[in-house]
Design a protein around this ligand. Structure first.
Ligand SMILES: NC(=O)c1ccc[n+]([C@@H]2O[C@H](COP(=O)([O-])OP(=O)(O)OC[C@H]3O[C@@H](n4cnc5c(N)ncnc54)[C@H](OP(=O)(O)O)[C@@H]3O)[C@@H](O)[C@H]2O)c1
Length: 260
C-alpha cells in the first residue's frame, strides 16, 4: 500500500509540475515575444522531472528502450536473472543506468517496463507483486504459442492487455511497444521526416500520460488507441500491429478510426 500511496503522490507532483510548466511556457513565451528574449529560455525552464524506470527483461526491446530513456535523462535500472551480464551495457549508458535483479528493478521504478517472453509474465506478476503494487507498468510482452505454449492461446483469446492485467493485478498497465519490430525500434528512433507511431492502450489516465511521455522520449509518437480491452486491436497479427513500424501516428490514427 505504501508503494501505491507514495507513487500516487509522486505522480501528482509530476503532473502538477507539467501543468505549472505549461503555464510557465505560455507566460514566458508571451514575455519573450513582448521583450524579444529567446524562446529557448522557456524550454530550459520547462524540463519535467526525470523518471525512475525499472526494466524487467533487458533483451532486444528492453535494451533499446533502456538506452533511449537513459539518453533522455531518466534513471534506469536494467535487470536480468544474471545482472553481471548487463554490466557492460550499464557502463556504456553511463551514470543514469545500472544493472540489478528483476526484484530490484520492480522496487526501483516509478514506472516498470515488463518486456519478457509471455510465459514469464505470470511469474513476474506473482513474485514481484509487492514491489509492483500500484505502479505504472509498460507491457511489451506478446503471447506467442510456439514460444510460450498453451497459456499464450488463452491470452490471445482474452486479448493480451486483459490477460496481462490478470497476471499483474494491482498494477496500472499500459500496452506499449509490443508491435514494433526490435530492429525498427533500434534503428528508427526520431525517423525523418516524420516519427513512427506507437499504439498505446490502458485503463489509467495518468499511466497513459506517462507512457506517452516515454514514447516521445524514446523518439516515437504515441497514439492512444483506448482501454486495455481495446488494445487487442494491436495485439500481434492485427492490422494495426502489422502497420506499426512503418506508419506515422496520423496513419495509425486513421487506421484505428476505420476499425470503429
Ligand atoms: N523482438 C521483437 O521484435 C519484439 C517486438 C515487440 C514486442 N516483443 C515482445 O516483447 C517481449 C520481449 O521481447 P525481446 O525480443 O526483447 O525478447 P528477448 O530479447 O528474448 O529478451 C527477453 C528478456 O527477458 C528476460 N527474462 C526471461 N524470462 C524472465 C523471467 N522469468 N524473469 C525476468 N526476466 C526474464 C531475459 O533476461 P535474462 O535471461 O537475462 O534474465 C531476456 O533478456 C516478448 O514478449 C516479445 O514477444 C518483441
Amino acid at each position: 500500500m505504501q508503494n501505491r500511496n507514495s507513487g500516487a503522490a509522486r505522480f501528482r507532483h509530476i503532473a502538477a509540475g507539467w501543468a505549472a510548466s505549461a503555464a510557465l511556457i505560455a507566460l514566458t513565451a508571451l514575455g519573450a515575444g513582448l521583450a524579444g528574449a529567446p524562446a529557448a529560455h522557456a524550454q530550459a525552464e520547462s524540463q519535467p522531472e526525470p523518471l525512475k524506470i525499472g526494466i524487467i527483461g533487458t533483451g532486444r526491446i528492453g535494451g533499446a528502450l533502456a538506452r533511449y530513456w537513459a539518453e533522455a535523462g531518466h534513471e534506469v535500472l536494467m535487470s536480468s536473472r544474471h545482472p553481471e551480464e548487463l554490466q557492460g551495457l550499464a557502463d556504456e549508458l553511463g551514470p543514469r543506468a545500472r544493472a540489478g535483479t528483476p526484484r530490484e528493478a520492480a522496487a526501483f521504478g516509478d514506472v516498470v517496463l515488463v518486456s519478457v517472453p509471455y510465459a514469464a509474465v505470470p511469474q513476474v506478476g506473482r513474485d514481484y507483486a509487492e514491489e509492483l503494487e500500484g505502479k505504472i507498468v509498460l507491457d511489451t510482452s506478446n503471447p506467442i504459442e510456439r514460444r510460450d505454449g498453451e497459456m499464450a492461446v488463452e491470452a490471445q483469446r482474452k486479448g493480451a492487455g486483459i490477460a496481462s492485467s490478470e497476471f499483474m493485478p494491482g498494477t496500472r498497465i499500459v500496452r506499449a511497444f509490443n508491435c514494433i519490430p526490435a530492429e525498427t525500434l533500434a534503428r528508427e528512433a526520431n525517423r525523418e521526416p516524420e516519427r513512427l507511431g506507437i499504439p498505446l492502450g490502458g485503463d489509467d489516465a495518468e499511466a497513459l500520460e506517462v507512457a506517452q511521455r516515454l514514447v516521445r522520449d524514446a523518439g516515437f509518437d504515441p497514439v492512444v488507441i483506448g482501454s486495455l480491452e481495446r488494445s487487442r486491436v494491436f495485439d500481434l497479427g492485427q492490422p494495426l500491429a502489422d502497420a506499426t513500424g512503418r506508419a506515422s501516428a496520423a496513419e495509425l490514427r486513421a487506421l484505428a478510426e476505420e476499425l470503429d
